[in-house]
Design a protein around this ligand. Structure first.
Ligand SMILES: Cc1cc2nc3c(=O)[nH]c(=O)nc-3n(C[C@H](O)[C@H](O)[C@H](O)COP(=O)(O)OP(=O)(O)OC[C@H]3O[C@@H](n4cnc5c(N)ncnc54)[C@H](O)[C@@H]3O)c2cc1C
Length: 551
C-alpha cells in the first residue's frame, strides 16, 4: 500500500522549499511529502491522489496567499479528504484569522512562522496530529472479522468493546455480505451462534464475553503481582490521571477497568472545553493518549475486569474481582464514575442494543446513514451526541423535557445545534413507548401534551447519571444517592471513628476507610467534567503519598 500523504502548500517558493525539507527529514520515511504553490494546483493534486486511492494524513497550508487563502483552501480540501489533519501556517498578525478558522473550518492547529527549531516548534505538534490520524484511520483491513446481525444486542456489545479499546475490526452482515456467508460456512459446527469473531489465526469465538475478547486480542487481564502500592478502580479521566501521577511519582500502580479506558469521556465525540485542545478532542483520542502516557510510566491496566468488593485487612486494602479472585494494595482510589440513568417507558428495555442505545453510541453512527434518529436529553452529552449523529443521519430530533436547552446546555453547543440544518429540537417532549419486534421501528412521543408516532431505527438516551458504587456495599460511607463521601463530608457524617487508631481527620479526597480515596464523578458533590475528574485524580495521588508517609 502507498505511504499516506502529507501535503504542504505555500505560494512563496523559499518557504515551500524549507517546509518540505523539514517535513521530509522527519517524516519522509513513513509519508509521501508532496507540495503545491497555489490553492488550485493543490486541489487538483488532492483530487488526483484521491482517485488513485491514496490516503492524505496532513495538510500544512500557508494562510496568506493572494489567490486563495489557506482557510479557503482548507474549506475546499475538507470535501476531498475530510479526515486529513489540517494545520494553518500563519504570521503573528494572522492569528485572529487562524483562531476563527478553528471554529469555522475546524482546523486542528495553527503554527506561527518561523517554525525553527522544527524539533521544538513543528515536529511535536505534527507527530501528535499524525498519531491521532492513524488511530482514526487504520490501514485497510486484514484483522478480526465480526459477523453478526445488525440489530443483535450482542453484536453491539462486541463492536462497542472493540471500538472503545481501539482494536480494529471489520463488521460483516450475514444478510448482505458474501464474505460473511463464506466465513460461516467455513466453520464445521452443527450450529453456529452469531455474533461470531473470526481471527486471522483461524480462531472463531461465538458470542464472546468481553473478557474472552480481551484475552484473545492480547490485552492485559491478569495482574502481574498480588500486591501494589496503589490500585485504581476505573480508567476514566480521573483513574487515568491518578495512574499517570501515581506511577510517575514512583508508586507501583495497577488500574482495573471493566470496559475500556476512557470511561464516559471515551464515548464523547468531541470534547471542546478541555484545556489545551483549541480545536476540541474526541474522547477516544484523549483516552488513547492517556493510556499511552500511563503505560510509559509502567502502569498496568487490566481490561474487562470488574471490581466487586472491598475490605480492609490490617494495613492492606483487598479488592475482590467479579470472578472471585483478589488483589491487595496499600492505597486504593475509587474512580468508577457514573452510568446512564435508565429511561422508563414500555418497550425500551426489550429493544436496548437493537436500535436503542444508552450514551452517544459512537460505533452505531456510520450504520445510521440516511436514518431519522432521536436523541433523548438536554444536557451537553446529548447535544454532542446530536451533533455527532447529524453527520450520518438525514435528520436528528432531540427530545428535551424542559422548555429550552439553555438551562442545561453550554452556549457553544446550543449555537452549533442552531446552525445545523438537520437537527430539530422538540421541547416539552418525552418518549412514551418504543415499538419493534427484533429491532426499534417506531416511537410514540408525548410532544407538548400531544401524542405523535414516528418511524425510526435509532434512539440514543443521554439523560443523567447514577454512581457506579453498588459494588462497595457498606465498605465506605456514601450519600443518599450512592455517591462516595470524602474529606469534610465524611466528617459531617460522623464517620470519623472509622479512620482508625490514629484518630486523624480524613484527607480531602479520603473516604471513610483509611487509605481509600475517591476521585471524579463518583464522588459526592463532584463537578461532572473531564477537567475536574483529571484534577481530582491527580490530587488524590498527593493524599496517597501523605497517607503512606504518615499512617
Ligand atoms: C457523551 C458524553 C459527553 C461528554 N462531554 C463532555 C465535555 O465535552 N466536557 C466535559 O468536561 N465533560 C464531558 N462529559 C463528562 C465527562 O466525560 C465526565 O465528567 C468524566 O468522564 C468523568 O470521569 P471519571 O473518571 O470520574 O468517570 P468515568 O468517565 O465515568 O469513568 C469511570 C470508569 O470506571 C469504570 N468502572 C465503573 N465501575 C467499575 C468497576 N466496578 N470495576 C472496574 N471498572 C469500573 C467504567 O467502566 C469507566 O470506564 C461527557 C460525558 C458524556 C457521557
Amino acid at each position: 500500500m502507498n505511504k499516506p500523504v502529507i501535503l504542504t502548500l505555500d505560494d512563496d517558493p523559499n518557504v515551500l522549499q524549507a517546509v518540505a525539507r523539514d517535513l521530509r527529514s522527519k517524516f519522509g520515511s513513513d509519508y509521501k511529502i508532496t507540495r503545491a504553490d497555489s490553492g488550485d494546483s493543490a486541489l487538483e493534486l488532492l483530487t488526483a491522489l484521491k482517485e488513485r486511492g491514496d490516503r492524505a494524513a496532513l495538510l500544512l497550508v500557508d494562510q496568506r496567499m493572494p489567490k486563495m487563502s489557506g482557510v479557503d483552501f482548507l474549506e475546499k480540501a475538507v470535501e476531498i479528504y475530510p479526515d486529513a489533519r489540517r494545520v494553518l501556517l500563519t504570521a503573528y498578525a494572522d492569528t485572529d484569522a487562524a483562531i476563527k478558522a478553528i471554529n469555522d473550518v475546524q482546523i486542528d492547529y495553527y503554527l506561527l512562522k518561523p517554525w525553527a527549531p522544527p524539533e521544538e516548534k513543528l515536529y511535536p505538534v505534527l507527530v501528535d496530529l499524525l498519531d491521532d490520524w492513524h488511530v482514526a484511520n487504520p490501514p485497510p483491513f486484514e484483522g478480526i472479522r465480526v459477523v453478526g446481525n445488525r440489530w443483535a444486542p450482542a453484536l453491539h456489545q462486541i463492536k462497542d468493546f472493540l471500538a472503545r479499546n481501539h482494536v480494529p475490526y471489520l463488521w460483516l452482515d450475514p444478510e448482505t455480505s458474501d464474505e460473511a456467508k463464506e466465513l460461516i460456512e467455513s466453520v464445521k459446527a452443527d450450529k453456529l451462534e452469531l455474533p461470531c469473531m473470526f481471527f486471522p489465526d483461524g480462531t472463531v469465538l461465538q458470542r464472546p464475553e468481553n473478557l474472552k475478547i480481551a484475552e484473545k486480542v492480547g490485552m492485559q487481564t491478569v495482574a502481574d503481582q498480588p500486591f501494589y502500592d496503589l490500585i485504581i478502580i476505573g480508567a476514566g479521566p480521573a483513574g487515568l490521571a491518578a495512574a499517570v501521577y501515581g506511577a510517575s511519582e514512583g508508586l507501583n500502580t495497577l488500574v482495573i477497568e471493566e470496559k475500556a479506558p476512557g470511561g464516559q469521556a471515551g464515548m464523547s465525540s468531541r470534547i471542546e472545553n478541555y484545556l489545551g485542545f483549541p480545536g476540541g478532542v474526541s474522547g477516544g483520542e484523549l483516552a488513547h493518549r492517556a493510556v499511552t502516557q500511563a503505560k510509559r510510566f509502567g502502569v498496568e491496566i487490566l481490561t474487562a475486569r470488574q471490581a466487586a468488593g472491598l475490605r480492609a485487612e490490617g494495613p492492606s486494602r483487598v479488592i475482590e474481582l467479579a470472578d472471585g479472585s483478589e488483589l491487595e494494595c496499600r492505597s486504593l482510589i475509587i474512580a468508577t464514575g457514573v452510568s446512564y440513568r435508565k429511561l422508563e417507558a414500555p418497550g425500551i428495555e426489550k429493544l436496548t442494543g437493537a436500535g436503542i442505545y444508552y450514551g452517544a453510541g459512537m460505533t452505531e453512527g456510520p450504520t445510521l446513514k440516511g436514518a431519522d434518529v432521536y436523541v433523548v436529553g438536554g444536557a451537553n452529552s446529548a447535544g454532542q451526541g446530536a451533533m455527532y449523529f447529524s453527520k450520518y443521519a438525514s435528520k436528528v430530533t432531540m427530545l428535551v423535557r424542559g422548555d429550552s436547552l439553555s438551562a442545561s446546555m453550554s452556549r457553544y453547543l446550543i449555537d452549533q445545534i442552531d446552525a445545523t440544518d438537520n437537527i430539530d429540537v422538540w421541547t416539552r417532549s418525552a418518549v412514551a413507548e418504543a415499538f419493534g419486534t427484533d429491532r426499534l421501528e417506531k416511537l410514540a412521543i408525548d410532544r407538548d401534551g400531544e401524542n405523535t408516532t414516528v418511524e425510526t431505527s435509532g434512539l440514543f438516551i443521554l439523560i443523567g447519571a447514577k454512581p457506579r458504587t453498588e459494588w462497595l456495599g457498606d465498605a465506605v460511607a456514601r450519600d443518599e444517592h450512592g455517591f462516595v463521601l470524602a474529606g469534610p463530608d465524611v466528617r459531617s457524617k460522623d464517620s470519623l471513628t472509622l479512620l482508625g487508631p490514629s484518630d486523624r481527620l480524613p484527607y480531602l479526597l479520603e473516604t471513610s476507610m483509611p487509605g481509600v480515596f475517591v476521585a471524579g464523578d463518583v464522588r459526592s458533590g463532584s463537578i461532572k467534567r473531564v477537567a475536574s475528574a483529571v484534577g481530582e485524580g491527580s490530587m488524590a495521588v498527593n493524599f496517597v503519598h501523605r497517607y503512606q508517609a504518615e499512617c
